[in-house]
Design a protein around this ligand. Sequence first.
Ligand SMILES: O=C(O)CCC(=O)c1ccccc1C(=O)O
Ligand SMILES: [Mg+2]
Length: 325
Amino acid sequence: MKTAELYRYQIPIETGVVLRHRRLKCREGLLLCLRENGNTGWGEIAPLPEFSQEDLITAEQQTRTWIADWLLQKKAEIEPLAPSVAFGISCALAELRNTLGDHGNYRTAPLCYGDPDALYAKLNRIEGEKVAKMKVGLYEANRDGLLAEMCLTAIPDLKLRLDANRMWTLEKALLFARKISLENRKRIQFIEEPCQTADLSRQFAAETGIAIAWDESVREPDFVVKKEPNLAACVIKPTLVGSIEKCVKLIEQIHQQGMTAVISSSIESSLGLTQLARLAHQYTPNTTPGLDTLNLMQSQLLRSWQGSDLPIADLNSPFITKLAI
Ligand SMILES: O=C(O)CCC(=O)c1ccccc1C(=O)O
Ligand SMILES: [Mg+2]
């Protein structure tokens, strides 16, 4: 016997530094619950405005069509569906079939804003590898460089990930790099997409010796995983990429080429975020994932992120509405 339930959620959010000028006031999405033979699986389907190609209406339509086929035992393919839909459904199926381990990697790279005191406090709470992430490219390149240099100097065992989201010209990127001492550059694990084009980012890396990572590029239609000089990592945001199976294939290709695969948040609720932590534990066990986005929300949904004090909204909460199917 198969059953399915579909819910819609809306939670207030302050995306601040993470999404910068593209602020979101409310995160919304769908929660899918599948039941079969006494097993249950949940998935979150939450297209991220301005990043996902699909909107929530399209995602809901695709989800409903898929549910109808699944309930009728019809062949219900997920690969052709929009990435957020394929990812959420694949999570629900993975829980149903017990193919997603329970254990999660909750040691994420804390997002920091260039204040070493605040960063100290955050880092003291994590054990093992001290790795933090800083968004750059919004303010003066000089300022970003000074802040990164200050953090690297103040915390000698800190490794830093930076993310410029393609904001810089090559000149600005070089201004940034000029502020970072050659010694400290080695502790920049990578900077995600420093420049407006991939070629300029490559040039930046070659000139400065600072490693780069692809994030936006990974989601471009003609993207192929290929190791190149100074390319250290590829970022995978499953809600923007697609099913678990598709993400795992990408991760395998990235590892085969000797690079790091970093599982990262698309600002899912604690439900999706804990599943990402479980994926990270299972498929990228040696890499700290980029999942420090829960605190942008005032509430968790259904499941608790390890160590979080935020209240947990259940199915009766005003944040969640049951949809008829
Ligand atoms: O990757 C992380 O560590 C946090 C998530 C993050 O930065 C992000 C979240 C949503 C959309 C885009 C981005 C981004 O990497 O630019
Ligand atoms: Mg990024």
